[in-house]
Write a protein of this length. Structure first.
Length: 117
């Protein structure tokens, strides 16, 4: 692996209090995001939603999971602002709220799923 320059900022004793406060706020937001995706069921839901909107029934089938379990995980993802529901009659569809989950899923896929072929 080649050494690449870090894209991370450098913080030291000369960092102003406002920058440290912003870093702490960002760390809290990142921590909440990572906690939300740290469950295998939620991670799998996000993987499926990365390819497009799905109904709750479609997610149940894809995950081979009960409706209650899928709904519980979707509720947590919705609470964290990662997915957005849409109702069409009696059917509820979910999609990713923004591109953050897809970006993380791509990194996780590269690190843990992509074959070395």
């Amino acid at each position: 692996m080649l050494d690449q320059p870090s894209r991370l900022p450098v913080f030291d004793e000369n960092t102003c209090p406002e920058d440290m406060e912003r870093m702490l706020d960002n760390a809290q937001r990142a921590s909440n995001f990572l906690k939300a995706i740290s469950h295998e069921g939620r991670l799998m839901i996000l993987c499926h939603l990365a390819s497009g909107e799905k109904s709750v029934t479609e997610l149940e089938d894809l995950l081979s999971a009960r409706q209650a379990a899928v709904s519980q995980q979707l509720s947590r993802l919705r609470l964290e602002g990662l997915v957005t529901p849409r109702r069409d009659g009696k059917t509820i569809y979910y999609r990713l709220t923004d591109d953050r989950p897809r970006q993380i899923i791509e990194v996780v896929y590269d690190l843990f799923c992509r074959s070395d072929d």
